[in-house]
Design a binder for this molecule. Structure first.
Ligand SMILES: Nc1ncnc2c1ncn2[C@@H]1O[C@H](COP(=O)(O)OP(=O)(O)OP(=O)(O)O)[C@@H](O)[C@H]1O
Ligand SMILES: [Mg+2]
Length: 237
């Protein structure tokens, strides 16, 4: 826990859906656990779920739950889960449910009884609506967490990264920095793209994750181990 007695944490957002948020979030949790730090992952809102033993479960949330090793309760890792793989506010409306940030905050508090650092994965990108007025940006603020931006390196990502970094600043959130993930193995100009972002975003590039084979976690874990340790050290300072 930090000096304030509250678990430390970070809110992971991304330039888009399907660009490596879960990949990076899981690696951060694994890196912390390997260092002996009680860490947990959280996916407050997930869409696209299957029913297992009568309960809906989402792949991202299962990956984050597994990364923690200690297997925190699913309902705390993922308090809102919807079956259809559609925008969250549409899935919630269809299920006649309102996504309530206080319910998410309560799940965070339960997780933080056992975890000293919680890595929270957003859903989609930064301005995705979650209820009639609130967005992912508002949820990050509600949880009072600094933000890590994952930039999925693919065509169009420079624009998406610059827009998202600006929106995070405008929301009054603290952007810790960004991690680039080589989600597209054929993407040309990784170094040039990172340089273009470094020239235009004040917050630092905190890592570049190479393209990894599906079952091989080593390169992503190696790329992010130092970052995880620094985030935890900052949180407890
Ligand atoms: N550096 C990488 N190397 C190889 N595969 C990657 C890399 N980054 C992401 N991927 C793959 O890209 C796909 C999308 O990644 P991921 O699920 O982490 O995205 P996401 O941003 O969490 O998506 P969502 O919006 O659905 O939550 C996954 O199959 C993941 O394994
Ligand atoms: Mg994900």
């Amino acid at each position: 826990m930090s000096a304030t007695g509250r678990a430390g944490g970070v809110f992971v957002t991304g330039t888009d859906t399907g660009i490596g948020k879960t990949f990076v979030t899981s690696a951060l949790v694994r890196a912390l656990v390997r260092r002996g730090i009680a860490a947990a992952g959280m996916k407050p809102v997930a869409t696209g779920a299957m029913r297992v033993a009568g309960a809906l479960v989402n792949d991202d949330a299962l990956a984050l739950q597994a990364a923690a090793g200690s297997a925190p309760p699913y309902a705390d890792v993922n308090p809102y889960v919807f079956a259809p793989p559609v925008a969250p506010h549409l899935a919630a409306t269809a299920a006649d449910i309102r996504i309530d940030f206080e319910v998410i905050h309560a799940a965070w508090r339960r997780l933080s009884r056992h975890a000293e650092f919680i890595v929270v994965e957003g859903v989609g990108g930064w301005l995705v609506p979650l209820n009639e007025t609130g967005t992912v940006a508002d949820l990050a603020r509600h949880l009072d967490l600094p933000v890590l931006l994952v930039v999925g390196l693919r065509l169009g990502c420079i624009n998406h990264a610059l827009l998202t970094a600006r929106a995070i600043e405008n929301a009054g959130s603290r952007l810790l920095g960004y991690v680039c993930s080589c989600v597209d193995p054929a993407y040309p100009g990784v170094n040039e793209t990172v340089a273009a972002l470094q020239a235009r975003i004040v917050a630092p590039c905190l890592g570049v994750v190479p393209h990894c084979a599906r079952a091989d976690h080593e390169p992503v874990d190696a790329a992010l181990a130092g970052l995880a340790a620094r985030m935890h050290a900052d949180a407890i300072a």
